[in-house]
Ligand binder design. Structure first.
Ligand SMILES: *Cc1c(COP(=O)(O)O)cnc(C)c1O
Length: 367
């Protein structure tokens, strides 16, 4: 018998989320972000549910080429652009839009102009609006834009930025002001330049800051049915979970008061206690730092994790779950009202990390 753990990928839920997000930004076009193997869901598994998106964005060239192979004719965007002249050549060959966030990329482009028969490439020029990760600082933006416009094979240009706190009370006011001022300055200093599109929002920006929707939004996490906000559950945003991680009980133990559970014995029973052993551990992507009390659903009933998560197993409390035994169904997240965000919160992390960490050894089933 195969180990009973399984990740089910619900494409209808994903297609639903795409619709919800498109409706939430009705005047913008939507980049569906599939970096990190579609946030752990598998590019091949999610691809057919992305039809309604206007473009697909990723970091890895391989993921972009896979989308072309699968028949995607609409735009593809490399969110960190190209890392070498070889990447740039492939981007041109496969018509991948590229982010340009550093002068080093302008140097590569200048040193490697396109072949005569190659179509121009769309470029996303990235502004650092305060996050201080990737992008040109405001004083360097004008020069970068001027250089960009003089390069051979330059297509249309979009000014983009990425918010550091679109999901937090601090909000986007300063970053948006910075972006708008930079945009206005570019237009003023280049009055004869062709139109310049704008792209600012990730999922949190899209859902919380409509004033920043502009031409293109870029959504990742919300597509997969996880909330970008600490205090707004995904179901309240009408988002449906796409990954359902399930398993079964493969053993049970009956403890006396004072007996302990798992490595280090960090949980001690205070009264007689029946526990179940679930075929799921940190080698499957379940967070090892999830503490006692983290919610788990067993045989349709909510219960709690006990003790330390091991590599291949974890223990759960079977108190009050009548009839639970070997073979009983277990939901780790995604189904039966247990969101990945709840598990993530209990484990001191975010849904993103849990979804992306799903281990390759977990069999996936697409429905
Ligand atoms: C990952 C990423 C996104 C999507 O972010 P979510 O919070 O998952 O919606 C958008 N823009 C850029 C540049 C990214 O790297």
């Amino acid at each position: 018998m195969t180990r009973p753990i399984m990740a089910r990928i619900d494409r209808n839920a994903l297609a639903h989320n795409v619709r919800v997000l498109c409706q939430a930004a009705p005047t913008s076009r939507l980049w569906a972000v599939i970096k990190a193997n579609a946030y752990g869901h598998g590019v091949d598994h999610v691809f057919s549910a992305l039809e309604q998106a206007h473009g697909i964005a990723m970091l890895d060239l391989e993921e972009a080429l896979r989308c072309r192979e699968l028949g995607w004719k609409k735009p593809l965007l490399l969110l960190e652009g190209f890392f070498s002249a070889d990447d740039l050549a492939l981007a041109r060959q496969h018509q991948l839009s590229v982010v340009i966030h550093d002068a080093a990329q302008l140097d590569i482009w200048q040193a490697h102009p396109p072949l005569a028969n190659q179509a121009p490439l769309s470029v996303y020029l990235k502004l650092n609006s305060g996050m201080n990760r990737l992008g040109f600082a405001p004083p360097a933006l004008d020069d970068a834009y001027s250089r960009l416009r003089e390069l051979d094979g330059m297509g249309d240009i979009t000014l983009m930025t990425h918010f550091a706190s679109a999901d937090e009370p601090a909000g986007i006011t300063d970053a948006l002001q910075c972006f708008d001022a930079c945009f206005a300055r570019l237009r003023k200093n280049h009055p004869d330049a062709p139109p310049l599109s704008q792209s600012l929002c990730n999922s949190a920006g899209l859902l919380a800051h409509p004033q920043a929707h502009r031409d293109w939004v870029r959504t990742g996490i919300a597509l997969y049915g996880s909330s970008p906000f600490q205090n707004r559950p995904a179901n309240e945003l009408d988002l449906r979970p796409v990954m359902h991680l399930s398993s079964q009980l493969i053993g049970t133990q009956s403890l006396q008061a004072g007996e302990r559970v798992g490595y280090g014995g960090i949980f001690t029973a205070t009264e007689p206690l029946k526990i179940g052993i679930v075929a799921c551990g940190y080698a499957d992507g379940y967070p090892r730092h999830a503490p006692t009390g983290t919610p788990v659903v067993v045989a349709g009933q909510r219960t709690r994790l006990l003790g330390r998560v091991s590599m291949d197993m974890l223990a759960v409390d079977l108190s009050g779950i009548a009839g639970a035994g070997v073979g009983s169904s277990v939901t780790l997240w995604g189904a039966e009202g247990l969101s990945v965000d709840e598990v993530a919160q209990a484990a001191g992390t975010i849904g993103y990390e849990l979804l992306c960490a799903l281990a390759p050894r977990v069999p996936t089933q697409v429905c």
